[in-house]
Design a protein around this ligand. Sequence first.
Ligand SMILES: Cc1cn([C@H]2C[C@H](O)[C@@H](COP(=O)(O)OP(=O)(O)O[C@H]3O[C@@H](C)[C@H](O)[C@@H](O)[C@H]3O)O2)c(=O)[nH]c1=O
Length: 384
Amino acid sequence: MDQHHQKTTLALFCKVVDNYGDIGICWRLARQLEQEHGIGVTLWVDDLQSFQRICPQVATDRETQQVSAVTIRHWRGQDGVFTAADIADIVIEFFACDIPPAYIAAMAERVPHPVWLNLEGLSAEAWVEGCHTLPSPQSRSLVKYFFFPGFTGKTGGLLLESGLLQQRQAFLDDQAAMAAFLRQLGVTPAEMASRKVSLFCYPQAPVAAVFKAWQGGGKAIACLVPEGVAVDTVEAFLGQAAQAGASATRDALTVRVLPFLPQQDYDKLLWACDLNFVRGEDSFVRAQWAGKPFVWHIYPQDEDLHHVKLNAFLQSYAATTEKLAEFSLCWNEATKAAVDWSALWPAFAADMPKIAMMAMDWQQQMLANGDLAGNLLKFAETVR
Ligand SMILES: Cc1cn([C@H]2C[C@H](O)[C@@H](COP(=O)(O)OP(=O)(O)O[C@H]3O[C@@H](C)[C@H](O)[C@@H](O)[C@H]3O)O2)c(=O)[nH]c1=O
């Protein structure tokens, strides 16, 4: 790959299926490969609007642009002319997105062939270990390998930037920086002194019922909601449009709408809060690195397939913290029993110190698996 001591190149193809997770993961991986490993990364993405939401520096009207040293190309469909000289050393398709046929044809022309990986979605299910790094022979002697993120040493691990945990610790140790960060988002001193909860979930989460339990609870709660999340319930609570800056207090609960944050600021929000509600894949992983108690809203799938994935994760993550598992199942409507949130919430809250300790142990376990970008490059070396 590096015979001429040239920079290794990598093309990452990202199709935005919906929301922000697809581009969120690809952007994080692209930046890390470029910045920490000195790889020349080209990120092909079909939806620059979604990209701009998590990275405001991205222009939505450019065919090609550079952000944080990564080359970003607007992927406009399956047409296109490519020659072997256009092909990177490593080609990654995210989530089985179909890369353009002409690109694949040029891959076959290239000597040596590039390393071709399909980066899959995250799951704690046991079968993942057996499928991680499996080869899938393609036409014209090309081979594609499946690469799975995961929670064990027999998977690709989780995305983690090298300085992230130190940055987090420095932020937590610097009360003034943390207060300044929250203040700039409009959070008041009274809210800072409350139990701070960030809320990111899909529209079907039982937010209204949980708000009710928080409202009637003994301890003041400040629920910080990025714009666009749980809009109907937030508007019903606020009695006004859920725009950044809007807030209302009823009994023990204050709900405050935040601007949708750039990706790096979203990490700070997770670090600053006492409890984080996260969803999908990327915010779910970030919550694990935040080391704070979190509740995961899993991306819904047909035939409740996501409940299997949720249970697989809870079995390894929440095995020792019964209330976390119960709360998570109820939050995901993965239980048939009627839920008494006014009883479940205080029971969960009482368990939070234990859950927080467990979260730190989990972090150590995940660290031992190595990080996804590093694991991916090591694997690419073995098959090039
Ligand atoms: C709330 C918030 C999130 N973000 C970022 C964090 C993440 O990178 C991204 C959100 O991605 P996720 O947490 O993965 O949730 P998500 O629901 O947005 O995304 C995905 O979930 C996957 C399971 C699906 O496969 C995808 O198709 C996609 O739907 O948005 C910000 O940058 N600022 C914010 O204020």
